[in-house]
Design a protein around this ligand. Structure first.
Ligand code: SF4
Length: 239
C-alpha cells in the first residue's frame, strides 16, 4: 500500500537528489543494492514518462515543474508494486492540462500494474472520470455510498444532492448557482444527532436526537439519513 500526497511542490525533500529519494524506499523494502535500486527507479521514471531519467537521478526537486514533481511522487509510490494506491487530492495543485495528464497516467498505470486506487478529492468532475464507486463524506462520516453512475444520476442523501446541484457544469443559467447553506461544523464539535442537520432542508426534531445509522440499500448503495430510501428523501420537513 502506498500514498501520493496533494502538494507536489512540498512533498519532496528539497535537500536530497531525486535519485536518493526514489531509491531509499526501494532499498529499504526490497533489500537490493544502490545500483539495482537506481535501475528500478529509472524504469519507474520511464513508466511515468519523465524525460532523461538517468540525468534526473542527479537533479533536485527545485529543478522540476509541479507536474513533473507529481510524476516523481507517483514513481516513488509505485516503485514497490503496491496493490493499493491512496491518492489524496493528487492534482489539486496542478493546472487543468497537467491535471488531465496525471489522471490519465494514473488510470493507465492502475491497469498495467493491476492495483486499486482510493482517490480522495473534492472535485466531482475528477470523481466522474476516475471512479467506479464513491463514498461521499461529510464532517468525517460516510453519508452515502454508490456506484458512480447511480450517484450522479440519482443522489439520495441531501448533502450529495446539494454537492451535485452546486456544480457549475450542472448550472442551467438564469438563476444564481446553488450553494449548500451554512458551513461544515469545525472538527471536534459535539453533535448529538445528524451532523448535516443544521444545513438540511428536511431536518426534523428526530434528526437531532440520535446519529442516523448508515443503512445499506443494496450491494453498493447505502445512505446515512433517517428519511432516505432508494427513491431519495421521503418525509422529513421541507423548508
Ligand atoms: S437525517 Fe435528517 S438532517 Fe440528516 S440528512 Fe437526513 S433529513 Fe437531513
Amino acid at each position: 500500500m502506498s500514498m501520493i500526497f496533494q502538494e507536489p511542490m512540498t512533498s519532496l525533500n528539497p535537500v536530497y537528489t531525486l535519485g536518493k529519494q526514489l531509491t531509499e524506499g526501494i532499498i529499504l523494502h526490497q533489500g537490493i543494492s544502490q545500483k539495482e535500486a537506481e535501475a528500478k527507479a529509472i524504469d519507474m521514471m520511464k513508466k511515468v514518462e519523465i524525460p532523461r531519467p538517468e540525468q534526473m537521478l542527479k537533479s533536485y526537486p527545485f529543478e522540476l515543474s509541479g507536474g513533473m514533481r507529481q510524476r516523481i511522487m507517483i514513481a516513488m509510490a509505485l516503485s514497490c508494486n503496491p496493490k493499493l494506491l491512496i491518492a489524496d487530492e493528487p492534482t489539486t495543485a496542478l493546472d487543468v492540462t497537467v491535471q488531465a495528464q496525471i489522471l490519465d497516467l494514473m488510470n493507465a498505470l492502475k491497469d498495467e500494474l493491476d492495483m486499486a486506487i482510493i482517490l480522495i478529492t473534492h472535485d466531482l468532475g475528477v470523481v466522474a472520470e476516475m471512479c467506479k464507486y464513491v463514498y461521499v463524506m461529510y464532517a468525517g462520516q460516510i453519508v452515502e455510498t454508490a456506484a458512480i453512475d447511480d450517484l450522479l444520476d440519482h443522489p439520495l442523501h441531501p448533502y450529495t444532492q446539494g454537492l451535485l446541484n452546486s456544480m457549475p457544469e450542472r448550472w442551467l443559467g438564469g438563476e444564481r448557482l446553488y450553494s449548500i447553506p451554512g458551513t461544515v461544523p469545525p472538527p471536534g464539535t459535539k453533535i448529538t444527532g445528524c451532523k448535516f442537520a443544521d444545513r438540511c432542508q428536511y431536518c426534523t426534531q428526530l434528526c437531532r436526537m440520535a446519529p442516523p445509522p448508515l443503512r445499506r440499500l443494496d450491494e453498493h448503495r447505502s445512505v446515512r439519513c433517517l428519511y432516505c430510501n432508494g427513491e431519495g428523501v421521503q418525509g422529513g420537513a421541507v423548508s
